[in-house]
Structure formats: structure tokens, C-alpha cells
Design a protein around this ligand. Structure first.
Ligand SMILES: Nc1nc2c(c(=O)[nH]1)N[C@H]1C(S)=C(S)[C@@H](COP(=O)(O)O)O[C@H]1N2
Ligand SMILES: [Mo]
Length: 326
């Protein structure tokens, strides 16, 4: 389907295929004794991939079947990088703030209210969310509007499963995600950078695209708090800010929702926010990106791909001027 092999890519195993920690550790110490030059490229690649994944404790483990139709071949970002370089402004605007402060957020019990233009409104707790559809592991690129990207093995299922269950009415044209805004737990809430709570939204047909992922975990475990525990969306063909973290309400609407970044700077952040190397941000180019973990002095930037490489979403935008609807 849409995901083509990256010519620079390495063919990766999924978290579930990865050897247990003990085996991995002993193998690594053996490898350390060899000179790097003596290693075959394949062994190095294998080692790098293993190092990208976490070693979750049993309580954090989340089992999911790899879905090979949704797997980019780029090397996953190291777990360490994906969990220490974050945007989650409720905890502060520095990349290191979410890792430092989000640990205190209480993620259980948690409920998501599903309401608005639907026939079957309901409130889902975490257990209901986990059981709503089979969990899949999907390796997606995530491209931040700021010009960096990561590759993350997410765990979840297509958001369309939830949409189908609640039976949207004929009036439902959009879907709005509202996320937690609790001053007591979140030191960034109250800062004037954004209007709180953080709200995002999609057109209903976008939300129904199978790529749009309702996400409960990553790297074989439940979501770390800084990555949007316990439930977020990941919309990989759009800039990262569309992928709202720590969702508490999903509302179906007739009108286009007002969204946090669009409210704060409408000229800079549109409602659609599709990754598009041809439409620059007013203050910088979007033609290329820095892959987190590859930022050596001599490392070349990567070319940003239309729709972040997820070209089969193009049919959602037939006839639309994507410079106007940026
Ligand atoms: N609630 C909430 N969700 C959010 C944000 C935020 O500040 N608050 N930041 C967004 C931005 S700008 C990006 S790039 C991604 C980052 O996701 P990650 O930290 O898991 O890589 O989360 C998005 N979701
Ligand atoms: Mo972002």
C-alpha cells in the first residue's frame, strides 16, 4: 500500500520479535569486544534497532500485533530520544519539560467522553478503550511543524473503529479532541502561550482514514506520560501538533472546531496542517527536516515528503488548494 521502502532504510523487526533483555545484553557485551570494523553492516543495523526499543517492566507492557501494512522502513528513533525530546506545553515549553514534569500526571482512572453529533454517546474508561479493537503495532514517521521528525512504533488501532461504534449522525462533519488541562498537575497550564485546554480537530473523513491512529502505547509499552498517556491520537500525514495528547473528550460537530494552535497564530498554523514541503511556514522553510538522533555535525537534513510520505491520503484533498487550506 502506501508505505514504500526507504532506500536508506533498514528492514526492522517489531518489538514483539525482539529478543528478551538478558539475551540482548549478553549479545551486546560480546559485540562490544569486537572492533566495529569487523562487524557486518547487518549486525550493526540489528544492534541499532534493538537499542531503539525500551525494556518495559511487566506492568507497563502492552502486547500488540505488528501490522506490516503500516510500517515505515526508517530506523525507529531511540526510546530515550522519543521520551526526552517532547512537545507537551501543558508541562512547559522546553523540550525537556514534559519528561521532567509529566511523571506526576495521574493517568488512572481515566475516562474519555464521546459526545456530540452521534447516536450512541458514551464514556470509555481505559479498559474499554483497550478492548474496543485489536491493538496493532505501527511504525509511523512523526513530523513536527518545527522542522524535526522521529520514527515511532506506536500501539493502537484505527480511530475509525471508535467512530463506527458511536454512529455519527448526518450532521457530523468534524471531530474535536479536547485534552486534559489541570493546573494542579500541569505547570504549563495557565501560561499564555496557548488557550487551554489544548484542542485539536479533524474533518470526519480524515478521522476515518485508516492511518489515523487512536494510540495507547509505544515501543511495546503503555504511553509514557510525556508522550500523551493514557490515550492520544497520531495523525502521521499532518504536522505533529494535530496529534493531541492525553485526550479526555471526543466531540462530533457540524462546524469546524477551533483549535489551539490555530487560535494562537492563525497565519502560521492552519486547521489542515498537512505536511507539505511546498508550503513554507511564514518564518521558515518546510522543505527539509532533521531526524532526531541523526544530528551529528556532518549529518545532512532529510527532504520532507508530501503528506510526510503517506501519499494515499491525497484523495481526501482532491480539488482543494493546499496552499490556501494549509
Ligand atoms: N495536549 C497536547 N498535545 C500535543 C502537544 C501539546 O503541547 N499538548 N504538542 C503537539 C506537538 S507540537 C507535537 S510535535 C507532538 C509531539 O509528540 P511526541 O512528544 O510524542 O513526539 O505532540 C502534539 N500533541
Ligand atoms: Mo510539533
Amino acid at each position: 500500500m502506501l508505505i514504500k521502502r526507504n532506500p536508506n532504510g533498514i528492514d526492522l523487526p517489531f518489538a514483539s520479535e525482539i529478543t528478551p533483555r538478558a539475551v540482548f545484553e549478553s549479545r551486546r557485551s560480546f559485540i562490544k569486544q569486537l572492533s566495529v570494523g569487523a562487524l557486518a553492516g547487518g549486525a550493526i543495523a540489528d544492534m541499532l534497532v534493538r537499542e531503539a526499543f525500551a525494556q518495559p517492566s511487566d506492568a507497563r507492557k502492552l502486547v500488540a500485533a505488528p501490522n506490516s501494512s503500516y510500517r515505515v522502513m526508517d530506523k525507529p528513533t531511540a526510546y530515550k530520544d522519543a521520551t526526552t525530546y517532547n512537545n507537551f506545553y501543558e508541562f512547559g515549553t522546553d523540550k525537556s519539560d514534559p519528561a521532567q514534569y509529566a511523571g506526576a500526571m495521574k493517568t488512572s482512572p481515566w475516562t474519555v467522553a464521546v459526545e456530540g453529533e452521534i447516536k450512541k454517546p458514551l464514556t470509555l474508561d481505559l479498559d474499554a478503550l483497550r478492548k474496543l479493537a485489536p491493538l496493532e503495532e505501527r511504525i509511523y514517521r512523526l513530523r513536527c511543524v518545527e522542522g524535526w521528525s522521529m520514527v515511532i512504533p506506536w500501539i493502537g488501532y484505527s480511530l475509525s473503529n471508535l467512530i463506527r461504534k458511536v454512529e455519527p449522525t448526518g450532521n457530523a462533519k468534524y471531530i474535536e479532541f479536547t485534552t486534559l488541562a489541570d493546573r494542579k498537575q500541569m505547570p504549563g497550564v495557565g501560561s499564555p502561550v496557548l488557550e487551554w485546554p489544548y484542542v485539536e480537530g479533524l474533518r470526519l473523513d480524515e478521522a476515518n482514514h485508516p492511518l489515523a491512529l487512536l494510540t495507547l502505547g509505544m515501543y511495546g509499552e503503555v504511553l509514557p506520560n510525556q508522550n500523551g498517556a493514557p490515550v492520544r491520537v497520531v495523525v502521521p500525514w499532518k504536522y505533529g501538533f494535530k496529534s493531541a495528547k492525553s485526550i479526555v473528550r471526543i466531540r462530533f460537530t457540524k462546524d469546524q472546531p477551533r483549535t489551539a494552535w490555530n487560535i494562537s497564530a492563525p497565519r502560521e498554523y492552519g486547521f489542515y496542517a498537512n505536511v507539505n514541503p511546498e508550503v513554507d511556514h511564514p518564518r521558515w522553510s518546510q522543505a527539509s527536516e532533521r531526524r532526531i538522533g541523526e544530528d551529528g555535525f556532518f549529518t545532512r537534513k532529510r527532504k520532507t515528503l508530501m503528506f510526510n510520505g503517506y501519499s494515499d491520503v491525497a484523495s481526501l484533498y482532491t480539488g482543494m488548494d493546499l496552499k490556501k487550506f494549509f
